[in-house]
Design a protein around this ligand. Structure first.
Ligand code: AMP
Ligand code: GLY
Length: 432
């Protein structure tokens, strides 16, 4: 197949790598705009990811068989619609269906209609509404910007003044105030063609910037899979009670959701709850999930893009653990410093990891430099989480990027057996 991948991140590098190594290949791979890591595996095209007409024109010129749209911004902008209108198969929901991620208020409405368990929420447009919602739920407060914010639009705090300040800052838009969900988080990606739902394996992302889950929320500082602590039956439960009802509700509304439904969950003391839906693969969870996938990815994505997912045999997985550690630029998630030189990637890969590029750029004189917040994702695999962790961190040690930071505790608690899903009433049921 001739496949065009849209996006620039480590998630897209992981997708391209999985497409390049699948046993259904070789495929002819293209990316737009891509990044220097992707350039080793695919031909890059300087097309803006959010420009639907330009992406569709490129796909037509290439006579692509499949276009895979990675990030949320082009999906919400309707890039998958533009590609489909050009008669080319696209993996990713159209603009209206991508509102499941693009608007938290819309997602809450769909969840209510589909009886999907999620945090109680108030959608607010005035300071008065915000204040009474904060007081109704009490601390800790959860305040969310309604629109897309790259994982940074959410503030979780016990400080009422801080909660109110964030709400005020978001009030040019709609603000969602939510009930606080305790318990460990799980990301489960469900591939769907709008009718059939095929879950991938669950992963956990570390969203806070610093060790011990301290500091501000980020796009994600690391991830691991599998989750040895996850209750048996979790995946089936999530498909039956969350993903399939959501996909069915979207179809019922006449806006079928095809692509990947990212189900972000909290396993709370009162049962499983949806924290968020995203309309795309997660970053950095994709880096570990795809490291474990044995079934060729291109076959799965093409089937989802052409309404033939029901024909795909059950997915096969490697009996290995995977851990990814994000190397972030100086200042991330605040004002990041660009232009610092990156060295040691080949040395890291010689230890057995693979290094995925996110915010990198090659200068005119050929040097690789930082050009974004999350710069690299280093992926290690091993027989269990402890071995995968050791591998990933041995790789990270080889990489030099002045001023960079990374978390030292990705998958640490899980590898020691210290994570527990406190209790496990079925979704929607209340524990005694
Ligand atoms: P979101 O943008 O909705 O994914 O939220 C980003 C992060 O904020 C989540 O991954 C959680 O860690 C945290 N968060 C969001 N909603 C809640 C909630 N209702 N209770 C506790 N933490 C939350
Ligand atoms: N890792 C969180 C996200 O992709 O939204």
């Amino acid at each position: 197949m001739r496949i065009l991948v849209i996006g620039t991140g480590a998630r897209e590098h992981a997708l391209v790598r999985a497409l390049a190594t699948g046993s259904d290949g070789p495929h002819e791979l293209h990316a737009a705009p891509g990044n220097p890591g992707i350039a080793a595996l695919a031909m890059l095209h300087p097309v803006e990811a959010t420009d639907g007409a330009a992406v569709a024109a490129l796909a037509r010129d290439l006579a692509a068989d499949l276009v895979v749209v990675g990030p949320e911004a082009p999906l919400v902008a309707g890039v998958a619609d533009a590609v489909r209108e050009a008669g080319i198969a696209a993996f990713g929901p159209g603009r209206e269906a991508a509102a499941l991620e693009g608007s938290k208020a819309f997602a809450k409405d769909v969840m209510a209609a589909a009886a999907v368990p999620t945090a109680m929420a108030h959608v607010c447009t005035t300071v008065d509404e915000v204040e009474s919602a904060l007081d109704a739920f009490g601390a800790p407060y959860v305040v969310k910007d309604d629109g897309l914010a790259a994982g940074k639009g959410v503030v979780v705090t016990s400080d009422r003044a801080e909660a109110l300040a964030h709400a005020r800052a978001c009030l040019t838009n709609t603000v969602v105030i939510e009930e606080y969900l305790d318990g460990p988080e799980v990301s489960l990606f469900c591939v769907t063609d709008g009718a059939t739902v095929v879950p991938l394996v669950p992963a956990q992302d570390s969203k806070r910037a610093y060790d011990g889950d301290e500091g501000p929320n980020t796009g994600g500082m690391g991830a691991y899979s599998p989750l040895p602590w996850a209750p048996p039956g979790l995946v089936d439960e999530v498909v039956t009670r969350i993903a399939q009802p959501t996909v069915d509700e979207m179809a019922r509304r006449g806006t079928p959701f095809a692509g990947v439904l990212y189900v972000g969950l909290a396993l709370t003391s009162r049962g499983t709850r949806v924290v968020e839906f995203n309309a795309r693969f997660g970053d950095p969870e994709t880096q570990v999930v795809l490291a474990r996938l044995a079934t060729p990815l291109a076959t799965v994505l093409h089937a989802a893009a052409t309404m033939r997912l029901a024909d795909v045999p059950p997915l096969r997985w490697r009996d290995e653990a995977a851990v990814t550690v994000v190397v972030a630029a100086h200042g991330y998630p605040g004002d990041v410093r660009s232009g610092d030189p990156i060295t040691g990637i080949a040395e890291a890969e010689a230890t057995g990891v693979h290094v995925l590029h996110a915010g990198t750029r090659v200068t005119d004189d050929g040097a690789l430099v930082a050009a974004g917040g999350r710069v690299l994702s280093v992926v290690g695999t091993g027989a269990d989480l402890a071995a995968a962790r050791a591998s990933a961190y041995a790789g990270v040690e080889r990489i030099a990027l002045p001023g960079s930071h990374h978390r030292g505790d990705i998958a640490l608690a899980a590898s020691r057996g210290d994570v527990t899903a406190s209790s496990w009433p079925a979704a929607g049921e209340v524990a005694p």
